[in-house]
Design a protein around this ligand. Structure first.
Ligand SMILES: [Ca+2]
Ligand SMILES: [Ca+2]
Length: 298
């Protein structure tokens, strides 16, 4: 058994080496890169441990700007640097919640997304296309179920990049645009597929806050943001302390908001001489438990 495994290993290794030499890649360089990749993997493990530590020593009752995890880190290393950014995903809206587990459209989320799309000046047909992309049937509920080269997925989005496959999601719609009145975000700036569906009012942008309720206009959203800079919300009812936020608004938005976050996406940029590696991992915090959901090295 072991012999077979060794033969297969040598076979595949020499195959990959042949492939590499055809690419005019020297064996030395190959070994060097393999060693480097091993080191990058070790760096990623150290980073996961470090962020675990940061998150477990952080209070999970509320998550807000100014806490350690919101700071960007740059660590100089020999021949380069490591930059680390942690982004809580509950500052975003999750498009997967547009469709309930039984396949029906979640009308509450649809209303929130309708407002979001209006605020961002995105055609509402694009929202219908997203719903038909995610919902399980092949019957159009106003959007596209078929494209020239592929059908709608009829399943949840695995990444935000997947939105680019959906009708109406142009580069501008996805990346945002610069307008005379400033930057208008695109979908990648306001959505995440990793959020638990409850927007953290301590970290959400004004665009996301405005989408939550028709009575939260730009002034009220700005009021929330300036209030939380001084005193982060420890409880949803603290929103009452913001000028203009009524009990009615709090009552309406309370099923969709929170003051804490659960999912943290970490991006590490490792610069080594001329080369650059990007490491991504997602940590979910559930009470005292911190779970690594996935890790990617690019
Ligand atoms: Ca916290
Ligand atoms: Ca569908």
């Amino acid at each position: 058994m072991l012999l077979i495994a060794v033969v297969i290993l040598i076979g595949s290794l020499s195959a990959s080496l042949t492939f590499i030499s055809e690419d005019s890649f020297t064996l030395n360089e190959y070994v060097e890169r393999t060693v480097e990749y091993q080191q990058i993997y070790e760096v990623s493990t150290l980073a996961v441990d470090a962020v675990r530590e940061i998150l477990s020593s952080d209070s999970a009752d509320a998550d807000y700007y100014g806490e350690l995890w919101t700071q960007n880190f740059t660590i100089p290393i020999e021949n380069g640097s490591i930059q680390m950014v942690i982004v809580d995903q509950e500052r975003f809206l999750n498009p997967n919640y547009l469709v309930n587990t039984n396949g029906s459209v979640n009308q509450n989320y649809r209303r929130i997304f309708t407002r979001l799309f209006e605020i961002l000046n995105i055609d509402l047909r694009t929202l219908d296309n997203i719903i038909d992309w995610i919902d399980r049937d092949d019957i159009s509920s106003g959007g596209l179920e078929k494209y020239p080269d592929y059908p709608a997925k009829n399943g949840k989005l695995d990444s935000i990049e997947e939105l680019k496959l959906i009708g109406g999601v142009s580069q501008q719609v996805f990346n945002g645009t610069v307008t005379p009145s400033g930057f208008r975000p695109g979908l990648k700036n306001v959505l995440s597929v990793y959020s638990n569906g409850k927007v953290n009012v301590n970290t959400a942008s004004k665009w996301v806050l405005m989408a939550l309720d028709p009575d939260i206009d730009e002034t009220l959203a700005a009021g929330i943001i300036s209030y939380r800079k001084e005193r982060p919300f420890k409880n949803i009812n603290d929103l009452n302390l913001v000028d203009g936020i009524t009990g009615d608004i709090i009552h309406r938005i309370s099923p969709f908001v929170d003051v804490k976050s659960e999912n943290f996406l970490v991006e590490l940029v490792v610069k080594l001489g001329e080369r650059e590696y990007r490491i991504y991992f997602l940590l979910e915090r559930k009470g005292k438990k911190i779970i690594e959901k996935w890790r990617k090295i690019l």
